[in-house]
Each structure stands twice: as structure tokens, then as C-alpha cells.
Write a protein that binds this ligand. Structure first.
Ligand code: HAM
Length: 434
């Protein structure tokens, strides 16, 4: 009988876990620089938390079951509804704007493919209680700084930014009705994966709610706009059009003032699959577009009201660990695995063992990563083990050394050996390290 892990679930061997830790540390450092505080929520939630607000894409991927208490539950596929509920429950006591981040594992029963698994870790960063465009710029800047921190530049990753307020003003002016907007969004979202004929069919084909061929053609042309000036020119002819563009214009202006505009592209084909976004929407991709989205987010000003009865505007994003991990590996930006130990302590005879144990424990108390052989063996064999474990220094303790109250320090890189006083041994080892 073979015991394999489930499809889409990873096992993290030490080198893979080291890469994940490196990523999480970068996530935490950058979030801290923006004044974000870390929180967490339950990994298992009532299923209805997602069925009403996240939209059909997430609901179709729920990892859900009925628990022993007959509750319909789901492993969290995303953090945003949990965050919205948590903040809404204490909204009065929290100082706004709230800047919170979390690093947590998500579960989605997806068709397994490159960059998409059934579990993944996400960094979520959300700013709650600020409706103005500087809030949007703040989280987009944080996202860009995360990839900069990991060693990626503007020629390697791009944030594609749009705004549902802009897109809806454009679409309504083109003849799409309010009721047809979700269909138009869903189609635009598929733009990269389907050809124009299929997209036209999708727009026109939804029975009575379908969009006419003329309007459908306009929808696809508008969503292909990639320059702010082109968008502005169209919106100038629409009543309320310029006002709809103002938040996006100011968000982009703030990013430019921060010197981050090299990373940013306006792209109206970004609508995002999740149902709760109300304004700015953005996704981060590798510049070559060979991989799936690295991160995605946007403004969701109504979710806290709907889930917790507290009207608070919010904007945020999530970055998964899978796609960024692939990109870092591809670019050689994953850190080399640090050697597990620094110091190996070897005894010459069995009588030296208590002295080996005593010094090893002093080293560990001093913070040195230290190991010794767990069974009696020849010094040569012990030194081979020290080499295999990539120790920087071996300490040799033998009866003669003990008589002189000394130990031998052997630098395993330089292959040099010298005697030091037993009392000074730990200080000497710490000095070698620094
Ligand atoms: P999302 O676009 O569904 O947004 O997911 C964000 C990121 O999580 C994706 O860009 C991707 O890197 C990663 N991800 C999603 N699904 C998978 C998967 N099956 N396997 C590997 N990685 C995956 C959200 O989750 C929103 N809640 C983000 C947000 C936060 N919006 C506002 N605040």
C-alpha cells in the first residue's frame, strides 16, 4: 500500500521550507515598513462566509464538507471575508485606517496546473477605513516593494491596474446595461485566454440578457485600452466620465511620486474574478507573462457593510507563494540553504564524552549551531561527519588537551588547527563566526 500526499498538496523538505521562510521573512519585513500589523483567523469557516460574497469562481473551488455537528464548513479559500468579519466585529475600538497583514495557508479545490495547487500560502495586506486614492497607492506600493525586496525589477514584474468605476462608466456609455455588467466583466476577465470570436459569443450568447453584436464589439475595444490618455479621451465625452477617472489618476500620480511608476501599467482588461471589488483592481504578473498571476487585489468598499453591518471602505491584495516561488527559482534568486551547523565537537576517546557534551551545551547556550557524534567513533569519522554537515569549525577534545586545560580548534575551510584555552573556547568560536 503506498501512502502518497493528496494531489495539489505540497510537502516541504528542508531546502523548500528554507525558500518559503526566506519569502515569508521578506513579506514580514516589507509589511512592517508600511506600519502593517500581523493577524490571523480560523482556517475552517462557515461555508456561507464565501457563498454569498466571493462570487462563483471561488464558490466552485471551495474545499467544503459537513462536519460532525452537521455544519456546512469550508477550508478558507481566501482571507478577505474573515478579515472583513474580524474588523467589523471590533470596528469601533480600532483606530483607522487599519493596516493589517497576515501570512496564512489557503485551500481551493482547483484543477491542478502550473502555478495553481489545492493549497497555497498567501500574504494578505489590507488597509481599512480609508476611501481616498492614497490608500490604493499605499497597498500597490507595498506590493511592488515586496517584489523589489525579493530582487525583482521593473523589467521582470509588472502591476496591471484598472478601476471598475472607470470600466463601468465606459461600458455603460457603450450601451451595456447595469444588469449586463457582470457578464461584461466575466468576459473581459477571460480576454487573455479566449479569442475574439469566443469572447463575442460569450457576450452575446447569454439568452435574454445577452449583449448585441455592436455593443459587444465596443466592450472588447474599450477593455483593450492601455493608456490613461486614451481612457481619458473616451471618458471626456461621457457624463460623469472624468470624475470616474479621478481616483485612478490620483493613485497613479502617487505611485509616480514614489518613483514606482516603472512597475505599473494601466490595463482595463484586469477586472478580477472576485465579486466584491468596487473600485481599483490590480494584478501582478511576470513581465514575460509566462506564469499565472503572482498577486491580485483591489478596493472593496461594501464588503464590511455586507458581512458585518459596518460601513468601512477597504483596499488590499494577496500574493501567493507558488508563482513568486517559481519566478525566484527561475531567476536564481532563491537563497542558498544555510549549513545546518557551525560547530562540530569531536572527542578523541570515550572518556572525553562528558567534556564534549559540556562544551557543546555551552556553545548552544551561546547561540552557536552545534552538533557532535551520537555514537562513539574514531576522530576521522567524526570529522567526516563535520564536513558533511558543512560545519565551519571542529573542536577536538582529547586527554592531552584536557590535561593542559585546552581544546583544538580546527578551521574546516582553511584546514588550520590551533590550541585555545578551554575557558576561552566559546568566545573564540563566537569570534570566528563574526
Ligand atoms: P486571488 O486573486 O484569488 O485574490 O488570489 C491572490 C493570489 O493568490 C493569486 O494571485 C495567486 O498568486 C494566489 N493563488 C490563488 N489561488 C491559488 C492556487 N490555487 N494556487 C496557488 N496560488 C494561488 C484573493 O484571494 C483576494 N482575497 C485578495 C485580496 C485581499 N483582495 C483584497 N484583499
Amino acid at each position: 500500500m503506498s501512502h502518497q500526499s493528496l494531489p495539489g498538496f505540497r510537502e516541504f523538505f528542508p531546502d523548500e521550507l528554507a525558500a518559503r521562510t526566506h519569502l515569508f521573512e521578506a513579506w514580514r519585513r516589507v509589511a512592517a515598513r508600511y506600519g502593517f500589523e500581523e493577524y490571523d483567523g480560523p482556517p475552517l469557516e462557515p461555508q456561507e462566509l464565501y457563498t454569498e460574497k466571493s462570487g462563483p469562481e471561488i464558490v466552485g473551488q471551495l474545499y467544503n464538507f459537513v462536519d460532525k455537528g452537521d455544519r456546512e464548513v469550508a477550508l478558507r479559500p481566501e482571507m478577505t471575508p474573515t478579515l472583513a468579519r474580524m474588523v467589523a466585529s471590533r470596528a469601533n475600538g480600532l483606530r483607522k485606517p487599519i493596516r493589517w497583514f497576515s501570512i496564512a495557508q489557503m485551500f481551493r479545490y482547483e484543477r491542478q496546473q502550473r502555478g495553481r495547487l489545492r493549497e497555497h500560502y498567501q500574504l494578505n495586506c489590507d488597509l481599512i477605513g480609508e476611501a481616498g486614492p492614497l490608500g490604493d497607492a499605499e497597498v500597490i506600493a507595498l506590493l511592488i516593494d515586496v517584489v523589489r525586496e525579493l530582487g525583482l525589477g521593473a523589467d521582470e514584474v509588472r502591476v496591471r491596474v484598472s478601476d471598475r468605476r472607470v470600466l463601468s462608466a465606459l461600458l455603460l456609455s457603450a450601451g451595456v446595461t447595469e444588469a449586463q455588467l457582470p457578464l461584461a466583466y466575466a468576459t473581459i476577465d477571460k480576454q487573455e485566454r479566449m479569442d475574439r470570436t469566443a469572447l463575442m459569443a460569450m457576450l452575446q450568447g447569454a439568452g435574454a440578457g445577452g449583449i448585441s453584436a455592436t455593443v459587444a464589439g465596443r466592450v472588447l475595444d474599450l477593455s483593450a485600452l492601455h493608456r490613461l490618455d486614451d481612457v481619458a479621451a473616451v471618458l471626456a465625452k461621457v457624463s460623469g466620465g472624468s470624475a470616474a477617472l479621478e481616483p485612478l489618476r490620483r493613485t497613479l500620480g502617487a505611485l509616480e511620486a514614489m518613483g514606482l511608476n516603472d512597475f505599473v501599467d494601466v490595463d482595463l482588461s484586469i477586472v478580477r474574478g472576485l465579486a466584491y471589488y468596487t473600485g481599483t483592481v490590480f494584478e501582478l504578473f511576470d513581465a514575460g507573462r509566462a506564469l499565472r498571476a503572482i498577486a491580485g487585489g483591489g478596493r472593496y468598499d461594501e464588503l464590511l457593510g455586507r458581512l458585518g453591518g459596518v460601513e468601512l471602505p477597504a483596499v488590499g491584495f494577496a500574493m501567493g507563494d507558488v508563482v513568486i516561488g517559481e519566478l525566484l527559482k527561475e531567476r536564481g534568486l532563491r537563497p542558498a540553504l544555510a549549513p545546518p551547523i557551525e560547530v562540530f565537537i569531536a572527542g578523541v576517546t570515550e572518556d572525553d564524552l562528558p567534556h564534549v557534551l559540556s562544551l557543546a551545551h555551552e556553545c548552544r547556550d551561546a547561540g552557536l549551531r552545534t552538533e557532535y557524534a551520537l555514537t562513539a567513533q574514531a576522530v576521522g569519522k567524526q570529522l567526516k561527519l563535520a564536513d558533511a554537515r558543512k560545519a565551519r569549525v571542529a573542536v577536538l577534545i582529547g586527554p592531552d588537551d584536557r590535561d593542559r586545560n585546552e581544546v583544538q580548534l580546527k578551521d574546516l575551510t582553511a584546514k588550520a588547527q590551533r590550541a585555545v584555552s578551554r575557558t576561552e573556547a566559546v568566545a573564540e568560536l563566537l569570534a570566528i563566526r563574526s
